[in-house]
Design a protein around this ligand. Structure first.
Ligand code: TGC
Ligand code: FAD
Length: 395
């Protein structure tokens, strides 16, 4: 038997189908050739060009796991592999795809009318139209049920008032999926760019997810026709079901960022010499590389296993929480260790490591913080939910 490949130590690629490998290779080449050469500059300048949407639409990854309406209907595992390769480039790229495909498109695909699907999904799949997903507010983050944005009926119309915060793709978006409280509970609305009473404002000075647009959405007596409602979405469970899709992508994506850090550290350790030898020959460096290899391979196995469960329609939200919690923590550990291997070079944008490390701080927080996912898993294994001050026994 040949020696293990340092970049695929436990031969996980042998567990993938030909089609899955083809999708992975396609996304990997696209990232390497079309995006990665510019990513450090975008990160430094804190921007993500609009053309990235067209490029990703061109390779068919936007909404790739959805059926119909110009979407590829790929397996969950293939979708995960695409997330992995995009995030190996930059978390901002995977974020763009998550928000477009798993949050905005999924919400329309799952809860929208036929007319809404026809109007938006094919253009969004091609990257001609961009979507965003507005759930979080300045005073409602981990607890979206406490949102203040209100939608009230006025004749056939809806009138929305409120503010959404930290919204990925916000000012780039042609359509915002906005969640608001109504007299019948939380409902979702499609708010096209240019609607009177709707505006966006970018959030600046981020030191993480810089190659990504993050915005506030402002709704000031924003009047929408009756058919702007996502008619099949009733209650907080609807936006949370969209989050399950995007969180699943992060289970894979985080390991892409980790893999990139591990690869950079390994390569550096083989060539950087101190005390007359490559630093990769020192036991302490090898221990770090071994730890990184363990984390990357274990994380990938977990992602693949959850992907297979999802493809069999057997994946539970609590299991997605476990995956996101485990793999984002693992990726941060890898990034921090890789950073030390690179010494001073580890703090520059010449290498991808500190970019990934800073990005992963956002990944740890968005789509449910690590604490929230720990509480989901903890609640599941004890039968007691501990989100609120008083723990209650469930069931
Ligand atoms: P709770 O009372 O437990 O549940 C309310 C209703 O929702 C249902 N539900 C779920 N449904 C589907 N999937 C899930 N994961 C679900 N979790 C709960 C639940 O069954 C119930 O349904 P029903 O029919 O009985 O009403 O809700 P709670 O208010 O106690 O909160 C539970 C909690 C804390 C888990 C939830 O609020 C939560 O997940 N908080 C975290 C918020 C979050 O993740 N925000 C993310 C915003 S979007 C984002 O970050 C995008 S970044 C994208 C990028 O750039 O990549
Ligand atoms: P808070 O909820 O205020 O939490 C602060 C701290 O308290 C955290 O450590 C948290 O874990 C802890 N905490 C909260 N509740 C509990 C509890 N019950 N028990 C123990 N600890 C607790 N949102 C969107 O809707 N759409 C987007 O596209 C989007 N994109 C984002 C992009 C970026 C770059 C970032 C950083 C955020 C984005 N978000 C988006 C928002 C993100 O989902 C929230 O930041 C996240 O849900 C946490 O909310 P918060 O920041 O208000 O923190």
């Amino acid at each position: 038997m040949p020696a293990p490949d340092p970049l695929d130590f436990i031969d996980i690629s042998s567990r993938l189908s030909d089609e899955e490998r083809l999708i992975q290779d396609t996304v990997s080449s696209f990232v390497a050739n079309e995006l990665l050469p510019d990513v450090p500059e975008w990160f430094e300048e804190a921007r993500l060009p609009r053309e990235v949407a067209n490029g990703l639409g061109g390779i068919g990854v936007l909404g790739m796991h959805l059926e119909g309406y110009g979407c590829a209907g790929s397996s969950a595992t293939s979708y995960g592999l695409a997330c992995l390769e995009l995030e190996a480039g930059d978390s901002g790229l995977r974020s763009f795809m998550s928000v477009q495909g798993s949050l905005a498109m999924f919400a329309i695909w799952r809860y929208g009318s036929e007319a809404q699907k026809e109007q938006w999904l094919p253009r969004m799949a091609r990257g001609e139209a961009v979507g965003c997903f507005g759930l979080t507010e300045p005073d409602a983050g981990s607890d979206p049920g406490s949102m203040r944005t209100r939608a009230r009926r006025d004749g056939d119309d809806w009138v929305l008032n409120g503010q959404k915060m930290w919204i990925t793709n916000g000012s780039m978006a042609d359509v915002a999926v906005v969640w608001a409280k109504t007299d019948e509970g939380v409902r979702g609305f499609l708010v096209p760019r240019g609607t009177q009473g709707f505006s966006t404002q970018d959030i600046h000075n981020k030191l993480s997810l810089r190659a990504s647009v993050t915005s506030e959405l402002l709704l000031d007596d924003c009047r929408l026709p009756g058919d702007a409602l996502l008619s099949d979405a009733g209650g907080l469970g609807a936006p949370l079901s969209c989050l399950d899709e995007a969180r699943y992508g992060i289970v894979w994506g985080a390991i892409g960022a980790a893999r990139s850090c591990y690869e950079a550290a390994r390569e550096y350790a083989m060539t950087r010499e101190q005390f007359g030898q490559p630093i990769g020959g020192f036991q302490l460096t090898q221990a770090k590389l071994a730890d990184m290899a363990v984390e990357v391979n274990r994380g990938l196995l977990l992602a693949l296993h959850l992907g297979r469960l999802k493809d069999e329609n057997r994946l539970r939200p609590e299991q997605v929480s476990l995956g996101k919690l485990a793999n984002v923590n693992a990726a941060l550990n890898v990034a921090r260790q890789a950073r030390t291997v690179l010494g001073a070079n580890g703090i520059t944008l010449e290498y991808p490591v500190i970019r990934h490390m800073n990005n992963l701080e956002s990944v740890l927080t968005y789509e449910g913080t690590a604490d929230i996912h720990a509480l989901v898993v903890g609640g599941s294994v004890t039968g007691m939910q501990a989100f609120r001050a008083t723990a209650k026994r469930s069931g």
